[in-house]
Design a protein around this ligand. Structure first.
Ligand SMILES: Cc1cc2nc3c(=O)[nH]c(=O)nc-3n(C[C@H](O)[C@H](O)[C@H](O)COP(=O)(O)O)c2cc1C
Length: 354
């Protein structure tokens, strides 16, 4: 089994270790445009030694942004702004990746530090917002319109165009965001999908848009470049999307040229009871890896180097994804290496400190 500092080859891409920066919305863009904040935020984590730096949930359509301050790749002008960032990440010996996303019925909300609640047009928000069915996420959210078949086709095409732009922007990994109650997850979960057409009802119908999105992205994303999908392995709610369906979907995705399932959970509906604790989602990565026979990424309250190494060494996952711990310490990989007795070369500019 792999160690935390073993490399991993996925298609034509070599990750120098198993540490991944989790996509994290920064709510700091104007009109979808990444800027100096994103360069420093993502760049410093590349300097910190993570092998793969995944940029935040980046909208494929303007009305699919979670907040007016989300990054996007829905306009040609975004490409060069992202390219500046990917060039820097590559210069640090890390691999730049992007999470492509559509917020669906969770669109048009405020950043968490401004309350996170839906915002109207006076605060940069928009209407309508879209989903699988005309069901609001919560009482105080806008009621979305259900996408018709043309709308679904447009959303899938937007993922394809975004993938093509991501390539030109220098990204080497795409992660499709099908978790946390955003648009693709809204189709997967029976809690948010009440459709009676080809996109609702049975497992095959609810997963259709995800498979179409994967196919559309893969049609422009070179065979050399890895494709990840982030799933919420369970809604943590009776009658919702669950681990068994995730395993089944992961098995299909593995046959559709998806390389890694990033195993998160929750987000479909408010109020789910989630037993949060250290490594609480790791068992999902383990089950999906074993039962669907596809590499997995483990995420969620992984903070300690020994804990991270043990997850890999026990074969529960292939990659370790960290979010908040890397906000607290962008140099976590260097600290982990020291703790695990591994030599990690610092950037030459910092060599005198090591
Ligand atoms: C500030 C912040 C922003 C986040 N934004 C995203 C995002 O854009 N996409 C996503 O899939 N998850 C997002 N998440 C969830 C994280 O990627 C991660 O799955 C979660 O925080 C659990 O990992 P942790 O315990 O290491 O923080 C975000 C989390 C934080 C703290």
């Amino acid at each position: 089994m792999a160690g935390l500092f073993d490399s991993m080859d996925i298609r034509g891409v070599r990750l120098k270790n198993r540490i991944v920066v989790s996509p994290m919305c920064q709510y700091s863009a104007i009109d979808g445009m990444p800027n100096d904040w994103h360069l420093v935020h993502l760049g410093s984590r590349a300097v910190g030694g993570a092998a793969l730096v995944l940029a935040e949930a980046t909208a494929v359509q303007a009305d699919g942004r979670i907040s007016p301050e989300d990054t996007g790749i829905y306009d040609e002008s975004h490409v060069e702004a992202w390219a500046r960032i990917t060039r820097f990440i590559v210069e640090q010996g890390s691999v730049p990746g992007i999470q492509l996303a559509h917020a669906g019925r969770k669109a048009s909300t405020a950043p968490p530090w401004k309350g996170g609640k839906p915002v109207g047009e006076d605060q940069g928000g928009w209407s309508p917002i879209w989903s699988a069915s005309a069901l609001p996420f919560a009482d105080d959210y806008q009621t979305p319109l259900a996408l018709d078949s043309d709308g679904i086709r447009a959303a899938v095409l937007a993922f394809r165009t975004a993938a093509e732009r991501s390539l030109r922007a220098g990204f080497r990994v795409i992660e499709i965001h099908a978790a946390h109650g955003y648009l693709l997850h809204q189709f997967l979960s029976p809690l948010s999908n009440r459709r009676s057409d080809a996109y609702g009802g049975s497992f095959d119908n609810r997963t259709r848009i995800v498979l179409e999105t994967v196919e559309a992205v893969r049609s422009v994303w070179p065979g050399d470049n890895p494709l990840f999908v982030r799933l919420s392995a369970t809604d943590w709610v009776q009658g919702g999307w669950d681990l068994q369906q995730s395993v089944e979907l992961a098995r299909i995705l593995s046959s559709r040229e998806v390389d890694v399932i990033d195993c998160s959970s929750g987000g479909a509906v408010p109020g789910a009871k989630i037993p949060i604790g250290p490594g609480y989602q790791v068992p999902f990565a383990e089950s999906i890896r074993r039962e669907a026979e596809i590499p997995t990424a483990a995420v969620g309250l992984i903070t300690d180097p020994i804990q991270a190494a043990a997850i890999l060494e026990s074969g529960q996952a292939d990659l370790i994804v960290l979010a908040r711990e890397l906000l607290r310490d962008p140099y976590w990989p260097r600290r982990a290496a020291k703790e695990l007795g591994v030599e990690l070369e610092p950037p030459p500019q910092y060599a005198r400190a090591w």
